[in-house]
Design a protein around this ligand. Structure first.
Ligand SMILES: NC(=O)c1ccc[n+]([C@@H]2O[C@H](COP(=O)([O-])OP(=O)(O)OC[C@H]3O[C@@H](n4cnc5c(N)ncnc54)[C@H](OP(=O)(O)O)[C@@H]3O)[C@@H](O)[C@H]2O)c1
Length: 269
């Protein structure tokens, strides 16, 4: 499976958990050389223990910090010599209404999800152009349809989509594929780690995680889309339905979205 990735050099931000980790767990057996970063050293160490040897490079780095992104890309080049594919996956969500939310929470989400993508892409760009490789962003359905209680998260994912579309056009003569993926609800740590009104991790999930798409299945779809050099990919039935309805029936989708996320005037999801 995924023979396309044999000997490819893939840099993935946020590979220590969830979808990023599932990508690594498919890429290493496929023969790719993989570099990843995240903030939590213990989780990266756990990954190193699972994949000892020279195929995996890890670095503690916070993608909202430009210098950390520079170090991540630099050390990847030192280790493997180049980069073929960059997957901007690191991300954080939020869950609180604007009325209650400190605006610094929105800034933090933008710094990680949007500027983290900008920094890593900018630092890796020349290598990806040279290799006619791929720039990938893990966006969200929230990048097509604003979701209540996640205003900063939605803004960051809309920003990622618009930015990726612009650079796709800039790079259209360079042989670089620019692709963004929009997973639907996928089982991971994202809702536990989502920031509350004060910017702390919420530590709970409002969804039944066992009913969601597995990160392994999500990772499989992502790798297939990269191999096929797709433009965009929207995942899950609910995700596709939301994007479709919002495009053609926006007022109806306002009501459906309100009903999904609120009960008796309270945000329940
Ligand atoms: N799961 C879903 O339902 C879903 C749906 C749509 C889109 N997505 C997107 O999928 C991507 C992956 O999310 P996930 O669901 O796999 O979440 P996850 O399980 O919480 O994993 C997030 C990963 O990103 C890392 N990360 C977070 N902030 C970071 C920072 N500032 N610097 C470096 N690394 C950071 C985390 O490690 P540390 O915390 O140690 O830094 C972790 O490795 C995100 O962009 C998310 O928006 C997820």
């Amino acid at each position: 499976m995924f023979n396309f990735f044999k000997d490819k050099i893939v840099a993935i931000t946020g590979g220590s958990d969830g979808i990023g980790r599932a990508l690594i767990e498919k890429l290493i057996p496929a023969g790719a050389r993989v570099s990843t970063c995240a903030r939590n050293q213990d989780k990266l160490y756990d990954l190193q223990v699972k994949f000892p040897g020279t195929q995996l490079h890890t670095l503690v780095a916070d993608v909202s910090n430009k210098n950390d992104c520079s170090r991540f890309i630099e050390t990847t080049i030192q280790q493997f010599g180049s980069i073929d594919i960059l997957i901007n996956n690191a991300g954080v969500s939020m869950r609180s209404l604007l009325q209650d939310t400190d605006v610094e929470v929105i800034r933090k989400v933008m710094d990680i999800n949007f500027f983290g993508t900008v920094y890593c892409t900018k630092f890796a760009l020349n290598h990806i152009i040279k290799n006619k490789g791929s720039i990938v962003a893990i966006s969200s359905i929230a990048g097509y349809r604003g979701l209540p209680g996640r205003s900063g998260y939605s803004a960051s994912k809309f920003a990622v989509n618009g930015w990726m579309e612009a650079i796709r056009t800039e790079l259209s003569e360079e042989g670089v594929n620019v692709l963004w993926i929009s997973p639907g609800f996928t089982r991971s740590n994202i809702r536990n780690a989502a920031l509350n009104a004060e910017g702390e991790a919420r530590g709970d999930t409002p969804l039944n995680e066992s009913e969601l798409m597995s990160p392994e299945e999500c990772a499989g779809h992502i790798l297939t889309a990269i191999e096929k050099r797709k433009r965009t990919l929207i995942l899950t039935y609910k995700g596709k339905q939301t994007v479709f309805l919002n495009k053609f029936f926006p007022s109806l989708t306002d009501k459906l979205t309100r009903n999904f996320f609120f009960k008796n005037g309270k945000l329940i999801k």
